[in-house]
Design a protein around this ligand. Structure first.
Ligand code: UDP
Length: 498
């Protein structure tokens, strides 16, 4: 089909792997519904994603385009070439926010050059709010993509609304979140940071979160990376929050079986070596350990976790990522790696370590893997559910605390042993949690429940399933926009023609 005949949609993801990966998965799904999709990101991420995007174009014939933007003046403080959250430590979070803000103008420049290829809709990450202004300037609808689940998003919404009315409840050391299904929900004060208790705070991180939460309702509709059977009550709650706008739950937006295992970055282990090791293990015997793309454990934390794993006597495959600011100054790779593990650890244990990026989906889908020790990033939770694997959780920051609560208390598919980015895990707690999930009767029940959720997840994305139907319905709406004169839309992007 001629490019000009297809509606053109532009996707703007937040520059972090936990947002870029599902956004690209979603782009591929949309392109398979006869849409042209352009993925606009930082030039660093665009360079990295060129391979997977070229492959999707060539192998699957998808009409996907990649655009890498540079901030007009660079970002003071952010090292060049590191325009992605996984390439810097958390101390650069505010610089990444400045980077995102600086892309509004280059984005508009790109938009104006599109001529007859003009996009009919912007799909914006929930953390990017200048797309509200862009959509108004270009008079096209803005759709928000939640790379988070309905449960954590509902909690963020409730917390942010209570800040503006100064009604966030504290009881002793607990924070009580009201006004969502299953509330009152109790959190510890450090799971909901202190800055949330001061509505006048000039704290830039608080401004960021509250600003984004306000902007997510300034949209034509919402896409959520979850599925109806997983978060029924919370999806309904979100629908009420966005009052009347359409909400399409389209997840898990994972790549289809048989597609490339390169997601986000090239893996730091060959597929051959990995599969050889996994194939040599007994079925359902291996624990996968990984903390996503942004959490870099210290040597002390890594050693404590290692000692707990050793005590559990469990076979494991562990992706260890060294902080990007530490890695370059290491004398050599071997010395730097050795400093993270107790002496003789590898000789005494039944494990495989991947120093760097792991092909996570390939690992989780292998029959020998039956547990995931995770930080509970939303994608990791969804991927574990999609593979029917229960979790051992160590949430570190942000929505991860809420996701862990969902996993352990609502869904009953995991147990938590530690929390916070800077806590050193207790070795005995690691051992007990791993033994519980991997070897106990309670663990068996968790696995059974995870397998049930896996079936529901598969049904939702399969033919006629809720997510597949919602995606189809969303694509239909986009096709309708093609024939709709932009002047016939009101401020929310709703078509007001008959
Ligand atoms: N991921 C991966 N290999 C790694 C680490 C992460 O493929 O070594 C992928 C993982 O499968 C998921 C994403 O990166 O899709 C991480 O997102 P998540 O929400 O779990 O965590 P975040 O990185 O945002 O903290």
């Amino acid at each position: 089909m001629d490019l000009q005949q297809k509606p053109h949609v532009v996707m703007v993801p937040y520059p972090a792997m936990g947002h870029c990966i599902p956004s690209l998965d979603l782009v591929k799904l949309l392109a398979s519904h006869s849409l042209t999709v352009t993925y606009v990101t930082t030039h660093t991420i665009a360079q990295r994603l060129k391979g997977p995007v070229d492959e999707a174009r060539k192998a699957a014939g998808l009409d996907i385009h990649l655009v890498g933007l540079c901030p007009p003046k660079g970002i003071e403080g952010l090292p060049e070439g590191r325009e992605s959250m996984d390439l810097v430590s958390s101390k650069y979070s505010l610089d990444i926010i400045s980077l995102v803000e600086s892309l509004e103008q280059p984005f508009d420049g790109w938009f104006q050059q599109q001529g007859s290829r003009r996009p009919v809709c912007i799909i914006s990450d929930m953390f990017i709010d200048w797309t509200v202004r862009s959509s108004e300037r270009h008079n096209i609808p803005r759709v928000v993509f939640y790379a988070m689940g309905a449960f954590p998003t509902s909690i963020f919404h409730a917390v942010c609304s209570s800040i503006s009315t100064n009604t966030l409840r504290k009881e002793g050391d607990s924070v009580i979140v009201d006004n969502i299904p299953s509330s009152p929900l109790t959190f510890t004060k450090d799971q909901i940071p202190a800055r949330y208790f001061n509505p006048d705070s000039a704290d830039p991180m608080l401004k960021f979160v509250t600003g984004k939460m306000q902007s997510i309702t300034k949209c034509w509709g919402v896409l959520v990376n979850t599925f109806d059977d997983l978060e029924t009550r919370y999806l309904q709650h979100l629908k009420n929050t966005i009052s009347g706008r359409p909400l399409w739950s389209v997840g898990p937006v994972l790549p289809s079986e048989g597609s490339s295992h390169t997601r986000g970055k090239m893996a730091d282990i060959s597929e051959e070596k990995l599969l050889q090791w996994l194939d040599s293990q007994s079925p359902s015997s291996v624990l996968y350990v990984s903390f996503g793309s942004q959490a870099f454990l210290s040597q002390e934390q890594t050693k404590a976790l290692a000692r707990g794993l050793e005590a559990s006597d469990q076979a494991f495959i562990w992706s260890i990522k060294i902080s990007p600011e530490t890695a370059p100054i290491a004398l050599n790779m071997e010395d730097s790696h050795a400093a993270y593990l107790p002496e003789g650890f590898m000789e005494r244990t039944k494990g495989l370590i991947i120093w760097g990026w792991a092909p996570q989906l390939l690992i989780l889908s292998h029959p020998s893997v039956s547990g995931f020790l995770s930080h509970c990033g939303w994608n990791s939770v969804l991927e574990s559910i999609m593979m029917g694997v229960p979790l051992v959780t160590w949430p570190m920051f942000s929505d991860q605390h809420f996701n862990s609560k969902l996993v352990t208390e609502e869904l009953g598919i995991g147990v938590q042993f530690c929390q916070h980015m800077d806590e050193v895990p207790n070795e005995e707690k690691v051992e007990m949690a791993v033994r519980l999930v991997m070897g106990s009767e309670q663990g068996k029940q968790m696995r059974k429940r995870a397998q049930e959720l896996k079936e529901l997840a598969k049904q939702s994305v399969g033919g006629g399933g809720s997510s597949a139907s919602n995606l189809q319905a969303f694509a239909c709406e986009i096709h309708k926009l093609m024939n709709c004169n932009p002047q016939n839309r009101n401020d929310n992007g709703d078509s007001v023609s008959g």
